[in-house]
Ligand binder design. Sequence first.
Ligand code: PLP
Length: 406
Amino acid sequence: MSLSARLPEPDDPPRLSRRIETVVVGGDDGWGIYHQARELIAAGRPVVNLTIGDHDVGPHASVLDAMAASAAAGNTGYAPVEGSEALRRAIAARVTARSAVPAGPEEVAVTAGGQAGLFAALAAALDPGESCVLLEPHYATYGQTVRAVSGRPIAVACPAETGFAPDPAAIEAALAPDTRAILINTPNNPSGAVYSRAALEGLADLCHRRGLWLVSDEVYDTQVWEGAHLSPRELPGMAARTLVVNSLSKSHAMTGFRIGWVIGPVRAVARIWDLGIATNYGLPGFVQEAAVAALESPEAEAAVVRRYRARRDAAVAALSALGPGRGWRLAPPDGGMYLMIDIRPTGLSGGAFAERALAEHGIAVMPGESFGAAAAGHVRVALTVPEATLLPALRSLAAAADRLAA
Ligand code: PLP
């Protein structure tokens, strides 16, 4: 159930805009099990919460020290709306160090997390009524974000049977005359797929031929367990038509800091700075200084990468040791901080399985359907608790799936 669906129906004029009334369609924002788990936890019930991609361990101490020092030094007023010069330089340096195409601070807009970066990038690419291709399964907010800029999502499935890989020919077949952008996410939440160079080249070719923006959500770019991350911005000619969205939420365990960014051609980024004036009017200066400290500390990032690599490997090993399940299958994720478990052999939907897991075992996982029909019959497990809690929970889920399939 969405946040708005929890309120009584309004009955008085003035009417609300169609845009805001249709951000969530059908009263379901996909986060129902997460909301239920939070309510149970608040009521004191023991729940292993493996729903939302939030960290159990906070950022590196040096980041908190930098934030406190900045605030104590008086950096508590309005801060530069587009992001401080120091932060945009640090972000540009990160991109330059990791990719074949350098970036400068003039190509960076700082946003309130990757989420506001997605909103800004889509606002830059779409006019009202125009469409954007979303590849299912995708992060649960994508449809809402497209509709929030008055756009129209076009869903294209990346089926489990192909490893959730994008198929440029299927995407081209789904394009409408008014399609302006394709939104991709690699490493992918929820599927754990890391897109291959060939797939990204196919998407780049499509964008060139059809005059499209490629919005590339790369918030999991540090969490690559197999293969390597390639940003499509690095492909020939793509820096001019790619809007890269990223943040410190996943890479540095800084979800609550709400620090993200968009990297793109200057003409787009400058408009996103304008949008910043009309929305947040900048991010807190002491948070921006904490972000600079995070970006300048290799250990602040490495500690998070080590934690999730260890959990991912331990989780895959624990499930593999159970042998192929009667009621479940696991394709080990190539990236990201989640496992997608295929529970189709149980005959249940992901939603029905997740409801039972919560009611009967106190384990909260996300239904695959929250990420689109292409993930139906799956559940997504966030690797956001220590192994001592995670591994027994995974064994319980596997045993429950086996019993259901028996
Ligand atoms: N994109 C993806 C794929 C995500 O999974 C998330 C958060 O879970 C976000 C964007 C938004 O991240 P944030 O706004 O915290 O940077």
